[in-house]
Write a protein that binds this ligand. Structure first.
Ligand SMILES: [Zn+2]
Length: 79
């Protein structure tokens, strides 16, 4: 089932789900090596972590509904 149009939240959720699945698959074993890539410092896991970070950042921005109002001092008021 593929919807022709996904909302940003749906896209974000899919990204997070996929990235978490990748992270689970590429979780380093007791020797610190990724069981799939067979090396330490798995770049796939790092990329998945970056995707989760970015997706959660989008979530925080969208839930923070405060208008970005610049809180600047008006020049020329003091003195
Ligand atoms: Zn890996």
């Amino acid at each position: 089932m593929t919807a022709p149009f996904l909302s940003l939240a749906q896209i974000r959720n899919r990204l997070i789900l996929t990235a978490r699945w990748v992270l689970r698959e590429h979780r380093p074993g007791p020797d610190g090596r990724c069981p799939i890539c067979r090396r330490s410092g798995c770049t796939v896991a790092t990329a998945a972590r970056n995707v989760i970070d970015a997706a959660e950042e989008v979530q925080q921005r969208s839930t923070a509904t405060q208008p970005a109002k610049p809180d600047l001092d008006i020049p020329g008021q003091t003195g």
